[in-house]
Design a protein around this ligand. Sequence first.
Ligand code: PLP
Length: 402
Amino acid sequence: MQINECFLKLSSNYLFADIAKRVKAFKAEHPEADVISLGIGDVTQPLAPAVVEALHKAADEMASCATFRGYGPEQGYDFLRNAIVEHDFRARGINVAADEIFVSDGAKSDTGNFQELLSSDCVVAVTDPVYPVYVDSNVMTARCIVTLPCTAENGFVPAFPQEHVDVIYLCYPNNPTGTTLTKEQLKAWVDYALATDALIFYDAAYEAFIRHDDIPHSIYEIPGAKQCAVEFHSYSKTAGFTGVRCGYTVVPKEVKSERMKSEVFNETQYSLNQLWNRRQCTKFNGTSYLSQRAAEAIYAPEGKQQIQKTINYYMQNATLMRKALTDMGFTVYGGTDAPYIWVKTPKCMSSWEFFDWMLYSAHVVCTPGAGFGSSGEGYVRLTAFGTHENTEKALRRIDSKL
Ligand code: PLP
């Protein structure tokens, strides 16, 4: 038996496992320390009452023969696909059809799996720093990966690749930098993709945190994007579904690549919408009925209002963190339209040096920027997903230790 040796090329440890190991060692040495995590991007606030009610109702339906649900459609139930079309797209003047929506168990699986539709000799471009899933899933398939540095010098807006690439992963609002692209900047990428026959895999997991009108919530706000972009959404941060699990992917019927055409395949066969449908029907048995009913509840008026309240709660943390850290003399980015703050390390410290300083001096856990790619060196990521109390306490401690 021979294993897929590409797995050996993955960086040895998953970033968050590395962090957990260091935190565990610190806690073993200092059992009395009250460690606050502003590191991993998990949420802390409970589900919206409307979501909990929908979950209860769906669970009750499972208790009776007449309303029990077994396997559902692999693509998702119509009630959710239609709600997505209506509220996430039509309300913004975007025309997406229900059969272009594929409900999933979250954006991690889909952003990791979508590359399966591409030939192994496709060249992919990722920003640096980057959400590691895009890189690792392509390393597993031995694809050539081009990196596009996002630095303070270029305002965290990647330059176009120097060579031809087949796919570009873009994530805005960005994890980890918390920065965004304006409509004009995103339009330049759509025009570039159309001109060079590239696909854009657009991760919109954090669109609900956008505050400014000139920042697009969906790539389909840009003319031409339906010909060149697939878009990933997640309810994890939008509605606290990190444990419930639900998201969706938009695969427009128009999106196709000239390069994917071949003499043996016809128009329908190289449609990404059809290929993704085929892939999902083979490997995915649908998102749980309970999760989908829970997701549907966030589109009803009270659900919408409740999740917005929680999003505002996190964004208050972000505002507070930006202000307090700036007042302390740190250079910070992000946090205005995203729940992440990208902090320049002081005194030329490396990301991991500053991580250790934060842990050992302030008992605060952050995420070393270097774990997201070489351009993340010299930065750490803080998240706004803590409680107000912990966020304030962490900031006071950092201030007192400087
Ligand atoms: N995409 C980005 C950029 C993320 O940061 C995350 C989660 O941290 C995900 C996708 C995964 O989301 P989900 O919980 O829906 O799998």
